[in-house]
Design a protein around this ligand. Structure first.
Ligand code: MSP
Length: 527
């Protein structure tokens, strides 16, 4: 029986032909924010990421670099992909490589089952293949080349020539699942999200599904087909199975039952694999289809999908070295509507860092803590009579927490952050209006001063919890400075769905110093 509190979240597994750029880091951060939120909400969360290491693309890169493919993959995983997770503070629970024994064994079991159950047959095939996509291209994605590729057929995504492949392959009878897939999209409108992605998938399947070639004989860098070792498994068929082999498919039934089905985050370029091929594979194997497949947009540079092969790739540490990992995470989650394309620019990043993180949130935190230090000996002040302005903050905190939680469950990360940011802005406005520095000059206003700063401090407590999935480093510093670590325990243990409750941080709690959360950066924004 499905575990109702399970929240199993996956990223695509990344090709190890090259080092990561900010497009890859974007998927990771989005998944990480969702995973941290659900974990802190008390769900049985599990967050998987990893690497896709077989297939022609990796083989060719390794060969061009004069090393065996496994050696190449090991090198890239250790020197580039695992370090990326530290660079941007990813809290994954597991990391799967398609060269792991657990994966290779699981893929063989799955294939054998499909073969035994009559879903696989041998046939001949000839079609145009894109090694960049590792896919036989549908007509809609084959275009005429220009420039050096004029006169050739090229891939619409990679703008590189397609190769005519002709082989004897094994085929998965995917066409047999067309009606069941259409029924799935109909019955579960939130299976593919956002709506634009769902429409695209439905239109694609309505055109008619073909069977899928699932093996190759022209090279051997892949998982052998269990009943015919002269073939290796098609890299996408192999890769998609990581989502089940990582949680014990065929090996640990209890773990599998606890986690499955998954929620998949994918870039829109790989939507079809996840929303068509993958559920058809699962249906054939008698397994449940995923809960959701959410397709996010692309990071664009100069109006085009940013990519290394088009030389527009930006390495994540080019940003984090200057702005820090929190700013990286905040910027991409806040500035881009999740599910839509978004353009990256250094100017926008710099402007948001200064206005929202440094002046908006960071400054609020330092001002309140500095006033508590100055007027209340560094302790959380007491609340006296609540006035409408204080009540408005309390009510807004409750609303922000509830809205953010609801928006996160709908994968609308940017809207969740915007809801929380209303509290940042409201608190800044509240302090400007209440003028605690003026109240401090009048001994008769001592209680009022205390209430204002208590309200602001409690607001910071709520913000630290609500923003911790997005900016874990800054909120951890704030948590300690608030004295909340000692009074309430670790930040990661604070139930996020209760973050909007009021009066949690006890009056009298001893507070500490807070260094600037987002220090001023002298940066060349023309970079
Ligand atoms: N290996 C396959 C996925 C297999 S999943 C079973 C793959 N790998 S990838 O490394 O090319 O891409 C991984 C993810 O990075 C995809 O979701 C892709 O959309 C995302 N991005 C790559 N470039 C991107 C941008 N410029 N912008 C946003 N995301 C992008 O595909």
């Amino acid at each position: 029986m499905a575990n109702p509190s399970s929240f199993y979240l996956t990223t695509p597994i990344f090709y190890v032909n090259d080092a990561p750029h900010i497009g890859h880091a974007y998927t990771e951060v989005a998944a990480d924010v969702l995973a941290r939120w659900h974990r802190q909400a008390g769900d049985d969360a599990w967050f998987l990421t990893g690497t896709d290491e077989h297939g022609q693309k990796i083989l060719r890169t390794a060969t061009a670099n004069g090393v065996a493919p496994k050696e190449w993959a090991d090198r890239l995983v250790e020197s580039a992909w695992k370090p990326l997770l530290d660079t941007i503070d990813i809290s994954n629970d597991d990391f799967i490589r398609t060269t792991d024994a657990r994966h290779e064994e699981g893929v063989a079991k799955f294939l054998q089952k499909l073969h035994d159950d009559g879903h696989v047959y041998a046939g001949e095939f000839e079609a145009l293949y894109c090694v960049g996509c590792e896919e036989f291209k549908p007509k809609s994605e084959i275009v005429d080349g220009t420039g050096e590729f004029a006169g050739e057929k090229v891939c619409a995504i990679h703008s590189k020539p397609l190769e005519l492949l002709q082989e004897k392959n094994y085929f998965f009878k995917m066409s047999a699942f067309q009606d069941r897939l259409l029924a799935l999209y109909e019955e579960r409108p939130d299976f593919v999200q956002p709506a634009s992605a769902r429409n695209e998938v439905i239109a694609f399947v309505q055109q008619g599904l073909e069977d899928l070639s699932i093996s190759r004989t022209s090279f051997d860098w892949g998982i052998p087909i269990p009943w015919d070792s002269s073939h290796v498994t098609y890299v996408w068929f192999d890769a998609l199975l990581n989502y089940v082999t990582a949680i014990g498919y065929g090996q640990d039934d209890a773990e599998f039952a606890r986690r499955w089905p998954a929620n998949h985050l994918v870039g829109k370029d790989i939507l079809r694999f996840h929303a068509v091929i993958w559920p058809a594979m699962l249906m054939a194997a008698g397994l449940e289809v995923p809960n959701h497949v959410f397709a996010h947009g692309w990071l664009l540079v100069g109006g085009e999908k940013m990519s290394k092969s088009k030389l527009t790739g930006i390495a994540p540490n080019e940003i984090t070295d200057t702005f820090g990992s929190d700013a990286f995470r905040y910027y991409f989650m806040r500035a881009i509507s999740f599910g839509h394309d978004g353009s990256f620019s250094w100017e926008d990043l710099s402007a948001r860092y200064q206005a929202e993180l440094a002046n908006g949130f960071g400054n609020l935190a330092s001002r309140v803590l500095a006033m508590n230090a100055k007027y209340f000996e560094g302790r959380v002040p007491e609340t006296h009579d609540e006035r409408p302005a204080d009540a408005a903050i309390r009510e807004l905190a409750a609303r922000a927490a509830a809205t953010a939680d609801e928006r996160i469950s709908a994968f609308a990360i940017h809207e969740a952050i915007a809801a929380v940011w209303e509290l940042v802005d409201a608190l800044n406005g509240y302090i400007t209006e209440q003028e605690p520095w003026a109240l401090a000059k009048d001994p008769e206003q001592r209680d009022r001063l205390s209430t204002v700063l208590a309200t602001a401090t409690e607001g910071l407590r709520a913000l630290a919890v609500l923003l911790s999935p997005v900016i874990p480093r800054a909120t951890a510093k704030l948590w300690t400075a608030l004295g909340a670590e000692a009074a309430l325990g670790a930040l990661a243990d604070q139930p996020i769905r209760d973050a909007g409750s009021w009066g949690l941080l006890p009056a009298g709690t001893e507070q500490g110093q807070l260094a600037a959360l987002f220090p001023r950066i002298e940066t060349d924004t023309e970079k």
